[in-house]
Design a protein. Structure first.
Length: 235
């Protein structure tokens, strides 16, 4: 029995075109890369499951791909993901700052994605200020957070801020329909509509619910099965 990969991971967007419901942001980032206007510190903020970390990873790959032959090169050595929830002390940030000085061996940029950045301690934020304002030419910081109000103003003023919006029911439903077709699942339109509504603007939640309901009712997704599985009161 091969291992099951949840849909949220299996269908994680690999290019900006695949990102659902954030056209304004993906277009801005693409234009910034093409016109060489990309800021050295970006802050992605918005509710959970709307594509912040995904966009950060795509951006990290994209800026290194220029002038590179292999389109599938993922530049894993150039992208550093730090989870600020578990690495939130001054020492963690100091280690990061020491790393930043070293230029990349392949590609043009080193990209540091700091997830859940609002979890950093006050002292860690302060230690980070100088590097964030004047990073070396080869470093780009992408901070991602669900709670912008917890980040100190001195950090906010040094970043270009991108506000991710909740994904509309229509966009979520269309994306679920594509995935259902790819998996060979027959579906009723209403069934997907209920899942998209229940996800409350988060694509990851929509995909998790979709997986759960498909496990429950097999390859025929009916409205009755969805309402029963999600304990939704039918209209």
């Amino acid at each position: 029995m091969e291992q099951f990969i949840v849909s949220a991971r299996k269908y994680r967007p690999q290019t900006f075109k695949d990102v659902v419901g954030q056209q304004a942001i993906t277009n801005t980032l693409l234009n910034a890369i093409e016109t060489n206007h990309l800021a050295s510190a970006l802050l992605f903020t918005g509710p959970r499951g709307v594509g912040k970390t995904t966009c950060a990873r795509i951006l990290a790959r994209k800026i290194n791909q220029e002038g590179y032959d292999d389109p599938y090169e993922d530049f894993a050595f150039n992208v550093f993901e730090l989870d600020a929830a578990s690495n939130n002390s001054v020492d963690d940030i100091r280690n990061l700052i020491d790393q930043v000085r070293i230029p990349p061996q392949t590609g043009k940029y080193k990209v540091y994605i700091i997830d859940e950045v609002h979890m950093l301690s006050q002292a860690a934020f302060n230690a980070f200020l100088k590097t964030l304002e004047e990073p070396p030419k080869h470093a780009i910081f992408i901070l991602a957070t669900t709670e912008k109000h917890k980040i100190i103003p001195t950090i906010l003023s040094r970043c270009q801020i991108f506000d991710f919006k909740r994904i509309t029911v229509k966009d979520a439903k269309e994306h679920l329909a594509e995935i259902a077709k790819e998996q060979g699942v027959a579906f009723e339109d209403d069934a997907l509509h209920i899942i998209a509504q229940k996800a409350d603007g988060a694509m990851r939640d929509a995909l998790s619910i979709f997986d759960r309901v498909v496990s429950y009712c097999g390859n025929n997704l009916t409205r009755a099965a969805v309402t029963e599985n999600l304990n939704v009161l039918d209209f």
